[in-house]
Write a protein that binds this ligand. Structure first.
Ligand SMILES: Nc1ncnc2c1ncn2[C@@H]1O[C@H](COP(=O)(O)OP(=O)(O)O)[C@@H](O)[C@H]1O
Ligand SMILES: [Mg+2]
Length: 581
């Protein structure tokens, strides 16, 4: 490829709306061009990377026995009504009407359509297992599209769906995908971790997220440096403290805490560790009839230690909260506590509330909590003595670094990650709703057991850059770089020798199957080098008149601090060795 036959468009400055480095660099290097919020043109340079990512994904999916098809972007609403997702999905699901006023969705994912295919096509146990996948445009009307292609509204995903005769077999399909994903991200040269993830409302069987490690990642990854334990923040268990609850040693005292509405302020005022305080969070659950009228509301008080924070996903698994909860209104809080938030506690309630204590809180003694009176807290509070034991004790908090690992093999650490893939053992969630059955050996219909497996193709570009950049620009892992080698001739337009040598090298590399770019624009060296460092091509060869006179060329890897001079004759073998490495 020659630069004059390609399209190169670089910027000195990133647009103001680009917050993270990958977004800035992708805009500056001309990989993407914004069309609307969360909607981008993939420009020629960016598309080359997307295609390389797709090729690796496709090769490994095929190798793992998955079969490619292509399902439509625009999908009839009827299928989505069958699973109920047309009704239950929020505004992220883009719904459109056609000229006949029929409902359609712009697909955010394809479970419905693929299950419809499976129930028609996979009729017998002999047809199973099957794993269908496609690489397709998705649309999710994200509330906050940001970070360029990392959280877009329109983006490209590889989504695969496995169909099996029972859970054991489905579990094997899942394991095969897990291995394929590991190969895929290894081949891309990314540093990543597979973490145990929550199954959400699907209530499936097993799920892992593949997270690219990067400080700017949106997700917190919890892992144990001395074992292979890794989970996302929703799934990382905060185990109960090993020590038993100590016997009460302090008297219960109502203590003035004027204007101190946070645990931090109260601890500072009283000169006690934050770990002695307890934070109150008030939730509510509504029982409704079929018409949706509220029959009964229950108010809940959730307690976490002052230095801990509530995890809402964990809370949503507590019996009684697992059918959905909301934060209590000001009026509900007033009616039950007779006080406004900041001084809430569990002594002197106006009306009964359900009390859920985090495992750590349940072990505390002589603790501090609000007195249900503005400007007052109780100190020396003890379970059993001053207040009844909590209605429930559960893991409802986020783990923090230093907590014991749930596998008992060390302590937890936290790092940030970007979710690039997600594997999910669904079980029969969709097949039940859509009646996707096959006939077993005895001719009896059985539900298919499913798994679904996503990879954020376009998000991978952002994630790879977040992990690989410097002050000069992007440093692509070789496997997904837009070009593997760039030839930068100095004076291509002026020197016949330089032109001849550069053209020759270009042709030789191309013949050897190397993805090579020859910058024949006749740019000044500084501008030319800056462009290709920004674009992030891993290998650069500089050809100049002076070098040629001495029979030499210059080579520099994108991560090298300096160029090395090579004999012209050694260049090709040396480059080939580097590319093979
Ligand atoms: N808005 C988005 N922009 C870019 N990629 C996305 C977006 N949403 C999801 N992806 C990618 O698609 C993969 C599969 O999506 P999925 O797990 O269904 O989404 P989510 O984790 O948002 O529920 C994710 O792991 C991620 O890499
Ligand atoms: Mg996900």
């Amino acid at each position: 490829m020659k630069a004059t036959q390609f399209f190169i468009s670089t910027l000195k400055e990133a647009p103001a709306d680009a917050e993270v480095m990958s977004h800035k660099l992708m805009m500056r290097a001309g990989f993407i061009k914004r069309l609307g919020a969360g909607i981008y043109n993939y420009m020629p340079m960016g598309l080359r990377v997307i295609r390389k990512v797709e090729n690796i994904v496709r090769e490994e999916m095929n190798r793992a026995g998955a079969i490619e098809l292509l399902m439509p972007v625009v999908q009839p609403a009827e299928l989505w009504q069958e699973t109920g997702r047309f009704q239950t999905n929020g505004p992220e699901l883009l719904r459109v009407k056609d000229r006949h006023d029929r409902d359609f969705v712009i697909q955010p994912t394809s479970e419905e359509v693929v299950t419809d295919i499976a129930r028609q096509e996979l009729r017998s146990y002999r047809a199973l297992p099957k794993n269908f996948y496609h690489i397709q445009t998705k649309f999710r009307d994200e509330r906050r599209p940001r970070f360029g292609v990392m959280r877009g509204r329109e983006f490209t995903m590889k989504d695969a769906y496995s169909f099996d005769r029972d859970l054991d077999a489905a579990s094997k399909s899942y394991d095969i995908m897990f291995k394929a994903y590991t190969r895929i991200f290894e081949r891309m040269g990314l540093t990543f971790r597979a973490v145990i993830a929550d199954n959400g409302s699907i209530g499936g069987v097993r799920s892992h997220e593949f997270q690219v490690i990067a400080d700017t990642g949106e997700d917190a990854i919890i892992y144990c440096p001395t074992s292979d334990y890794a989970a996302n923040i929703e799934m990382a268990e905060a185990v109960a403290p090993a020590a038993k609850r100590a016997a009460p040693s302090a008297a219960l005292v109502k203590t003035p805490t004027p204007g101190r509405a946070t645990c931090e302020d109260v601890a500072a005022l009283l000169g006690v560790p934050l770990q002695q305080t307890v934070k109150s969070l008030v939730l509510a659950t509504d029982e409704t009839n079929d018409a949706g009228d509220v029959l009964k509301t229950t108010v809940w008080l959730l307690l976490v230690r002052g230095d801990h924070s509530l995890n809402e996903i964990k809370a949503s698994k507590v019996a009684g909260l697992n059918k959905g909860f909301r934060f209590a209104t000001g009026a509900e809080i007033d009616a039950h506590f007779g006080c406004k938030p900041g001084y809430l506690g569990l002594i002197g309630l106006k009306q009964p509330v359900k009390i859920v204590a985090d495992r750590t809180v349940a072990q505390m003694s002589d603790f501090i909590c609000g007195a249900n009176e503005v400007d007052f807290h109780y100190t020396g509070v003890n379970w059993g003595r001053d207040v009844p034991e909590p209605d429930a004790v559960a893991d409802i908090r986020n783990v923090v670094a230093g907590d014991p690992s749930p596998d008992g093999k060390g302590v937890l650490a936290i790092q940030r990650g970007i979710e690039v893939g997600h594997v999910f053992l669904l079980g029969s969630y969709y097949s039940e709703k859509m009646n996707a059955t096959y006939l077993d050996e005895t001719g009896k219909p059985q539900l298919m057991q499913m798994g679904c497996y996503g990879i954020g193709i376009t998000r991978i570009l952002g994630a790879a850059i977040e992990q690989n950049f410097d002050e000069r620009g992007i440093i692509w892992p070789a496997a997904i770089a837009p070009f593997t080698v760039v030839i930068c001739p100095i004076g291509y337009d002026r020197s016949a020798e330089v032109k001849a040598a550069a053209d020759q090298l270009h042709d030789d590399l191309q013949a050897a199957g190397v993805d090579v770019m020859l910058d024949d624009r006749g740019e000044r060296p500084g501008a030319m080098f800056a462009d290709w460092e920004l674009v992030g091509v891993p290998h650069r060869v500089v050809i100049s008149d002076r070098g040629l006179k001495e029979g030499k060329v210059e080579y520099q890897g994108r991560r090298d601090a300096q160029a090395t001079t090579l004999a012209s004759a050694d260049l090709l073998p040396s480059l080939k060795a580097k590319l093979a490495a």
